[in-house]
Design a protein around this ligand. Structure first.
Ligand code: ZN
Length: 231
């Protein structure tokens, strides 16, 4: 997600989806998944040692970000499994580099062509210390009745912005690289950003929250700008 401009007010609650594993190896991995799901460890915060590579992130080549209407942006991702972690670890430096260079405040796996359920977020101000989050298999376990409208943008829809209404605060549960469960209360910009990134994991773009008319207008404008070679 790109840094939006102004927050304002509220509307309908965010959707939640529980998605089945979608490939033929489902049975093979089901025991591992079950084990993960039963693991009671509840970490209180993100383990920052997971992000040691960030000290040299400026020198890391950014992973190319896919631009809509790339079909992979419309696919529903599959859950991350314990055996995916080594691969994800390898992807992180390039993905964080891409997000920070854009600059953006969130990047979901499908935006770099990966059909897995994880996303990066960092809503820290540009001159403040970084606050990286990696959300693996995130799920929203509660959200507020109070809604907020914020202007959103997306690294996969460059230069396009629109106001989207979502719950003002959420409680999200996810895994870290160590497989620990983390629950995090988020509000304001962070809540918006996490919901935006989680939408990507279900093949949903922020324009899907707008009227058909508005969405078509934005998609046409994006196509035109891309054709002209603008960013
Ligand atoms: Zn986005």
């Amino acid at each position: 997600m790109r840094q939006p401009a102004d927050p304002t007010i509220w509307c309908p609650p965010a959707r939640m989806q529980v998605l089945p594993l979608q490939d033929a190896t489902q049975n093979l991995h089901s025991n591992l998944i079950l084990h993960w799901h039963l693991a009671p460890a509840l970490a209180t915060s993100q383990d920052m040692s997971e992000f040691d590579f960030l000290s040299g992130i400026d020198a890391v080549p950014p992973t190319p970000i896919l631009i809509a209407p790339q079909p992979v942006l419309r696919e529903v991702t599959r859950d991350v499994r314990p055996e995916d972690i080594a691969f994800i670890r390898e992807q992180l430096p390039g993905m964080f580099s891409a997000m920070y260079k854009a600059p953006g405040i969130g990047l979901a796996a499908p935006q770099v062509g990966l059909g897995m359920r994880f996303a990066l977020v960092d809503v820290a101000e540009e001159d403040a210390p970084r606050e990286p989050m990696l959300l693996i298999n995130p799920e929203i376990i509660s959200d507020s009745d109070q809604l907020a409208a914020r202007e959103e943008g997306c690294l996969s829809l460059p230069n396009q912005y629109a106001e989207v209404v979502r719950p003002e605060s959420i409680r999200v549960r996810y895994r870290n690289l160590a497989g620990e469960t983390i629950e995090h209360d988020a509000s304001g910009l962070l809540a918006t950003c996490i919901q935006h990134e989680m939408d990507h994991l279900d093949g949903i773009l922020f324009v899907d929250h707008l009227s058909t008319l508005k969405r078509n207008m934005i998609m046409r404008r994006l196509a035109k700008e891309q054709k002209l070679g603008r960013r």
